[in-house]
Design a protein. Structure first.
Length: 122
């Protein structure tokens, strides 16, 4: 087992045990428009559905809010890459406990084990 797999296994165990009350599941359905038909002014639509779990309601540090322009009401979502069934994208809408959140920004750690997503309630 490589370092990446070992880290993901340890994080998944922490999500299951120590962090269980902070972990939430989410779903997303992304609609991709392509092949514009100028005559009928329509697109072909492709739907991509995915789901995952993570610590979705972390907060940003005051330094990040003050110096990076992150709104104080936005949340930091930490999700395991191997537990999300598709790669998140900016402007995806996540459904969590009946509420909708838009993905504003996405980054990942150097080992490619987690995504850190800035989400905003809509």
């Amino acid at each position: 087992m490589g370092l990446r797999e070992e880290l993901q296994a340890d994080l998944a165990e922490a999500f299951d045990e120590d962090l269980a009350d902070a972990v939430h599941e989410f779903t997303c359905e992304r609609i991709i428009k392509k092949n514009f038909d100028p005559v009928h002014e329509t697109y072909d639509e492709e739907k991509i559905s995915y789901s995952g779990r993570g610590i979705l309601f972390g907060r940003y540090k005051s330094y990040e809010i003050a110096n990076l322009g992150i709104p104080a009401i936005d949340n930091k979502a930490t999700v395991l890459q191997n537990e999300v069934s598709a790669t998140p994208a900016i402007n995806d809408i996540w459904i969590v406990n009946g509420y909708s959140y838009r993905v504003v920004n996405i980054s990942k750690d150097p080992v490619n084990t987690i995504w850190i997503c800035q989400i905003c309630k809509i």
